[in-house]
Design a protein around this ligand. Sequence first.
Ligand code: SAM
Length: 279
Amino acid sequence: MTTSQPMSAVSRTALAVAGVRALESARPQGLFNDPYAAAFVAASGEPQHPAASTTGPAGPGGRPEPASALAKALRFQTVIRTRFYDDHLLAAGCRQVVLLAAGLDTRAYRLSWPSGTRLYELDLPPVLEFKEGVLTGLAAVPRCERTALPADLLDPRWPDLLRGAGFDPAEPTAWLAEGLLVYLTAEQAAALLGAVGELSRPGSRLALERARTGTTALDDPSLAHITSLWRGGLGPDTANWLDGHGWSTETHPLDAVAARYGRPVTGPSHTGYLTAVRR
Ligand SMILES: C[S@@+](CC[C@H](N)C(=O)[O-])C[C@H]1O[C@@H](n2cnc3c(N)ncnc32)[C@H](O)[C@@H]1O
């Protein structure tokens, strides 16, 4: 059906997200159904990712330890943000959608887009190659006009690639940067968001994570291959940065969003989401 191929460290982050989505999709009361997520995990040939596992690694005697607080937090945040961005993108009212660092996101296939929606996915070539292999093997059919664009978002030529593929900056766009900025330095994040701003006519939308406030203990060695890649993006200053660069930003704390979806947060919430409208 599909071929397995090794995933690089960066794309294993996309696989971890798919693993979480596969678990949530199997729940009877799941917040979303991603029918392709499990196939990505299976095709990768990788063992279940620690972030997507309900238990931790095997302890003494071979019995699995409980999942770490960090693994549980990442899983929870990934589930909530998936549903939050699903709802946000459908409500945005834009027929032009760009998923920056789309990874193994299957929104093109699983959401009911208004007719005429053009959706662009950008990510690194090996990720999109792997994704296309799996989706083709499943004969998956997008529910919008989907264009996958292999691109390095740190290369300033990506906007040319996007325009060349039919993207029209004169149309309002819904941009999603899900699970991306934390992997960039502040300078790289500012350059990327600056380019997004230049391509965004008034009324365009942008959604992304609000950086963590406070300190998070990154003390789970089984997640070090992910957390060691974190560079912090624009950090807690992201909303101010956007407000100062042509966007009107709204903050959505994780606890408020999660409570709305019937999944109340028990501990303190240091993160959440930002949505912004281009002025
Ligand atoms: C945590 S995953 C999130 C994927 C997807 N947005 C989701 O939530 O399902 C991070 C993604 O960022 C992509 N990425 C990281 N650096 C990138 C770059 N310089 N250019 C394009 N994509 C990049 C990775 O390949 C990976 O797919």
